[in-house]
Design a protein around this ligand. Structure first.
Ligand code: SAM
Length: 313
C-alpha cells in the first residue's frame, strides 16, 4: 500500500495526475457547502481561542488544496487575513494554487487553530491479518499467508478488534493521528473518514480500490487508490468526541431542507439556487453515503464542541 500509493510513480504522487478528484468524490468535491461548514467551525475555534493574531488552519492529506481554497473563500476578510493555511501533502504543490497556502510535507509544530484531515487516515497504509498471521500481497494483488503477528499488533487487536476473521490493524492510523494532532498547541483536531467502531467492525474488512470513479479490486500496482475504513475510536485522543458527518454538519448549520415553494413565485432565481444547495447538502448528509462518515473531534486546551449526537470517544 505504501509503495503503491506513495512510492515512485505511486497513485497519489505521480506528477501530472488528476489528483484524488479525478478518481473519487469526497465531501470537498461534492459541494462548496462543505468548505463553508469548515469555515464556520474555524470561526468557532477562533472564538474559543480568543481570536489570536494568527490562526492556523492545517489540512492534512490536502489533495490539491481544494478545501483550503474553499475555506479561505468562505471566510470574511478580517478572519481570512489572520489565517495561516497549511496544506500537508505527499504530492507536489499544484500550479496556480492560492499563494497564501503553504505547501508542506508534515504538519508544522506548535500550531494554534484547526487541524483537519478529510479522508486522509483511510489512505494511511495498514496491516491486514487473518488467524493471527499477516496477510501478504504481491503487486498483482495475489495474497498469501505471512508470519505471525508481533506483540504490538496482537495487543491492538485484542483491545480494538477482538472478533477474529479478516482484520485490519489500525495501529498505524492511531500513530499517524496522534502525531498529527500532537502538533497542535491549542485548538481542535478533526478527522473525517469512512469509519467503524468496536462492536460494529466489518466482518471481512473493507480494503477497496478506486479508479476513475469506480470501485476496483485493491491491487497495489500504483494504478488505483487503495483504501480501508478507519477504526476512529482507536485513534481518539483525550477528550475526543465521535459523531456522524450528518450530525456534525447539522450542528454547523448545513440543512438539506427544501426551500419554501412560495419562493419559486417570489424569486425564481433564489428558489433554484436554494434548491440546488439543498440537493448538495442532502448528498453531504446522506445517511447511506457521506453523511455516515465519522467525525473524530479532538480538543486541545479548549472544550470539545457540545453538539447534539456527539458522544465521548
Ligand atoms: C483521499 S485523498 C483526500 C484529499 C482531500 N483531503 C479531499 O478530501 O478531497 C488523501 C490524500 O492524502 C494524502 N496523504 C496520504 N498520506 C499522507 C501523509 N502522510 N502526509 C501528507 N499527505 C498524505 C494523499 O497524497 C492524498 O492526496
Amino acid at each position: 500500500m505504501e509503495a503503491a500509493l506513495y512510492g515512485p510513480g505511486g497513485f497519489y504522487v505521480r506528477p501530472g495526475g488528476p489528483g484524488p478528484a479525478g478518481h473519487f468524490r469526497t465531501s470537498v468535491h461534492a459541494s462548496a457547502l462543505y468548505a463553508a461548514a469548515v469555515a464556520r467551525l474555524l470561526r468557532w475555534v477562533d472564538a474559543e481561542l480568543g481570536h489570536p493574531a494568527e490562526l492556523d488552519l492545517v489540512d492534512v492529506g490536502a489533495g490539491r488544496g481544494e478545501l483550503l481554497a474553499g475555506v479561505l473563500a468562505a471566510l470574511d476578510l478580517g478572519t481570512a487575513a489572520r489565517v495561516r493555511p497549511y496544506a500537508v501533502e505527499r504530492a507536489e504543490r499544484p500550479a496556480g494554487l492560492d499563494p497564501r497556502i503553504r505547501w508542506v510535507a508534515a504538519p508544522p509544530g506548535g500550531t494554534t487553530g484547526l487541524l483537519l484531515a478529510n479522508e486522509w487516515l483511510d489512505n494511511v497504509p495498514l496491516e491486514i491479518a487473518e488467524d493471527g498471521h499477516y496477510v501478504l500481497v504481491a503487486p498483482d494483488g495475489t495474497e498469501s499467508v505471512g508470519g505471525p503477528l508481533d506483540d504490538a499488533d496482537r495487543t491492538w487487536l485484542e483491545r480494538w478488534w477482538p472478533d477474529g476473521g479478516r482484520v485490519e490493524i489500525g495501529r498505524a492510523r492511531d500513530e499517524a493521528w496522534a502525531a498529527a494532532a500532537g502538533t497542535l498547541e491549542r485548538g481542535l483536531a478533526v478527522a473525517v473518514d469512512y469509519a467503524h467502531t468496536r462492536g460494529a467492525r466489518p466482518p471481512y474488512g473493507t480494503l477497496t480500490g478506486f479508479r476513475g470513479g469506480r470501485e476496483v479490486p485493491p491491487v497495489p500496482d500504483g494504478t488505483c487508490d487503495v483504501t480501508a475504513h478507519v477504526a476512529l475510536d482507536s485513534c481518539a485522543g483525550p477528550g475526543s468526541v465521535l459523531l456522524t458527518q450528518r450530525e456534525a454538519l447539522a450542528a454547523l448549520g448545513v440543512s438539506g431542507g427544501r426551500p419554501p415553494l412560495a419562493l419559486a413565485g417570489a424569486d425564481p432565481v433564489a428558489y433554484v439556487r436554494a434548491l440546488s444547495a439543498a440537493g448538495e447538502a442532502a448528498e453531504l448528509m446522506d445517511r447511506a453515503g457521506l453523511g455516515a462518515f465519522g467525525w473524530l473531534v479532538q480538543p486541545v486546551g479548549i472544550p470539545a464542541p457540545a453538539w447534539p449526537g456527539a458522544a465521548a470517544a
